[in-house]
Write a protein that binds this ligand. Structure first.
Ligand code: CDP
Ligand code: MG
Length: 670
């Protein structure tokens, strides 16, 4: 393979970078997007390895599949070799590499998986962690792993590449290793703030932004940043329909087909309006952008301790992200960045995007660490170590759902291994696993995806009564989880034989019932994704079920995920009394708020305001708790007496949930 460098900022610093790599095992390279980090650093690593007579591979990680494959193609082209030869790639399910492969691009998940089989990553001479500023859990795991590994393998070189300026932290983390800062060459960019008009939706707002930049320059390519695929499709339709002269709209998101990916990098002769998620923020350089339209929004996965779910939410981006988006123009000539938000809103944004470890439930993090054999979370070198309190709660959750066994030397149970592979919080995953065993997978899948999405029911101001009235038919007076099943049945009416939905009819039905169509689609999306991940696990939903048992089995499955959230009615306090002396009230929106008082309930989504409220409640039989989580129950015997007839001692057996002492709840006496 021929090693030549195009005229790019990173290439201009080649000598310095190679020198740093010779002198230090770990080097941090910081440079703006488009400066050549991803495409040029691997070639430098090859050059150095060859000079030193090393024959191993250069491994380059990318946070996204799309970047891994497209960059491999680009580098292969620059080196005049075939993809899969000296330059190859690997992502989940596909590997295009061979014995000849010297440079391997892969997602960070793949490299993490490789640590399982090859603890010292012996096949690599050099590992480049690209896009380290993204600070996903995978990246944090890899950085910690490599920090330990460089001490054990003195021949291993590591390059950390980052697009933002907080590189000092990486350097500090790796014992003050050298940092090479590459300055980009840029032209001035003008900032324009176009705030939303009242009543204007995102689509119209985006169109207004595109019209604004078109008025200034009707030929330059535009890059629009949107939070997700669906928004891209909706906005693309509207902007396309506007019929700009000699213009095409090109979507850019992580799940693009290979053909559509190629289209992004191939000029078409027309003016192009790219509509992208934050995949185009730093990991993918789209050449020739003259203006940027920034919605200021991104889909962010965040754990909500109250709702107890990890879910994707659309949020305002950080200022660091906004600067990255802005920096996508002004690379070829002067640019303009239209921001679809006000200057004050921008000032209120956080400085940097939270690293993923700060947005995740620790139970899931610990579970993944155990499955990756990364060792004790408290000893692992994290750039931002989680708080001991959060770690403690994470452990407790894993014990509750039966994912771990043992004290001191902890191991994953079979259930734990399964939960580690599911793309949901361990509690919700546990419900799904239990439901398979109990033959109610379909029902629990609907419920779990339902709680993961936002509530589809709306109560518009001034129309609360009408909304309540329209939605009364979905209520279930024994279980708020039943609401999901009722709603699902309604939605299902609009599904055709081929599985597609009749969107217009579904939309009208949603309007009539004060349901958010957008959230219903989100729910359907999560449902489909979860089902796919279960298929891959090879699980079969065995069909049993007699109608009468469904309720019990569904709620036992839910109980398996949140076993400590049972409560028994306390007549005096007029509250539910739960484990750990926790008392909660039923939220007014619940189907169990009025009507006959259930003696035993399961409470989900405990929300603390003036008091502790359970937003989703269901009536249960306390004996189910003993059946589902015997490991959390204790038996206590008392009041012995001599039974003459039987000639034996009899007594009362109490089954309690909790440690047995204060804060335990007595489930059954027999
Ligand atoms: O990683 P970094 O953002 O620093 O830059 P890069 O991805 O290595 O890209 C360097 C240059 O190569 C950019 O200016 C792109 O225009 C170009 N490039 C391209 O044309 N096609 C690709 N698939 C990748 C990069
Ligand atoms: Mg890059």
């Amino acid at each position: 393979m021929k090693i030549e460098y195009p005229d790019l900022p990173v290439a201009r610093r080649r000598e310095e970078i190679l020198e740093a790599m010779r002198l230090s095992q770990v080097v941090v390279v910081v440079g703006e997007t488009g400066s050549g980090k991803t495409t040029q650093l691997p070639k430098m690593a090859v050059e150095l390895a060859e000079a030193l007579g090393q024959k191993g591979r250069i491994g380059c990680t990318q946070p996204r599949r799309l970047a891994a494959t497209s960059v491999a193609r680009r580098v292969a082209e620059e080196c005049g070799v075939e993809v899969g030869g000296e330059v190859g790639w690997q992502v989940r399910f596909t590997e295009v590499c061979s014995k000849e492969t010297r440079v391997k691009f892969m997602t960070d998940g793949i490299l993490l998986a490789e640590t399982q089989g090859d603890r010292q990553l012996r096949q690599y001479d050099t590992i480049i962690i690209d896009e380290a500023h993204e600070r996903s859990l995978n990246i944090d795991f890899l950085l910690g792993y490599l920090k330990r590994l460089v001490d054990r393998r003195k021949d291993l070189r590591v390059v950390i590449s980052s697009a933002t300026l907080d590189a000092g932290r990486f350097s500090e983390f790796f014992g003050s290793c050298p940092v090479v800062e590459v300055e980009g060459r840029t032209y001035p960019v003008e900032d324009v703030f176009l705030e939303e008009f009242e009543g204007e939706g995102l689509r119209e707002h985006v169109l207004r932004g595109v019209e604004y930049v078109t008025d200034l320059d009707a030929e330059g390519d535009v890059l629009v940043f949107l939070p997700g695929e669906r928004e891209i499709r909706e906005c693309a339709d509207l902007v396309d329909g506007r019929g700009f002269q000699n213009t095409e709209v090109v979507p850019v998101y992580a799940r693009l087909s290979l053909k559509d990916q190629e289209r992004v990098f191939r000029p078409s002769g027309k003016r192009r309006i790219f509509m992208a998620t934050n995949v185009a923020e730093t990991s993918l350089t789209i050449p020739g952008i003259v203006s940027v339209v920034d919605s200021g929004l991104a889909r962010v996965s965040r754990f909500s301790p109250q709702r107890q779910v990890q879910s994707l939410q659309v949020e305002m981006i950080s200022r660091a992200s906004a600067r990255q988006r802005r920096g996508r123009c002004g690379r070829v000539r002067e640019g303009v960045c239209v921001k679809l938000y006000g200057e004050e809103a921008f000032e209120r944004c956080s400085e940097f995007t939270d690293p993923e470890i700060r947005r995740s439930a620790l139970s899931g993090v610990i579970l993944r660490m155990l499955s990756l054999k990364l060792g004790d979370v408290r000893e692992f070198p994290f750039i931002d170590p989680p708080s001991p309190k959060a770690v403690g709660e994470g452990w407790k959750t894993l014990e509750e759902v039966g994912a771990v066994v043992g004290k001191g030397e902890v191991e994953l149970t079979e259930t734990g291994w399964r939960l580690a592979k599911l793309p949901v919080d361990p509690r919700l995953g546990r419900m799904l696993v239990e439901s398979e065993r109990r033959g109610v997978f379909e029902e629990v899948l609907i419920i779990v995806s339902g709680v993961s999405a936002m509530d589809v029911r709306e109560r518009p101001q001034g129309k609360e009564d009408r909304a309540d009235e329209a939605q009364r038919k979905f209520l279930d007076e024994k279980s708020d989880f039943g609401v999901f099943l009722n709603l699902w049945r309604g939605v299902g009416e609009f599904q055709t034989d081929k599985g597609k939905f009749q969107s217009n009819q579904l939309r009208r039905w949603c309007e009539r019932n004060f349901l958010s169509y957008r959230r219903v689609r989100e729910w359907l999306g999560i449902h489909a994704e979860l089902r796919r991940s279960f298929r891959k696990e090879g699980a079969e939903g065995k069909a049993i079920e007699t109608a009468a048992d469904v309720y019990a089995e569904v709620h036992k499955s839910i109980l398996a995920g949140i076993p400590r959230q049972v409560g028994v009615w306390d007549k005096e306090k007029r509250l539910y009394h739960g484990v750990g002396n926790r008392q909660f009230a039923v939220f007014p929106g619940s189907g169990l708020f009025k009507g006959k008082r259930a003696l035993w309930v399961l409470g989900f989504e405990l929300v603390e305001t003036s008091r502790l409220w359970a937003r989703k409640v269901a009536e249960i039989d306390p004996r189910w708790v003993e059946e589902v989580v015997p490991h959390l129950c204790r038996k206590k015997y008392h009041s012995p007496y001599w039974n003459d007839q039987q000639g034996a001692v009899y007594g009362t057996e109490d089954v309690v949930l909790g440690g047995g002492g204060k804060g335990s709840v007595r489930l059954v006496a027999r």
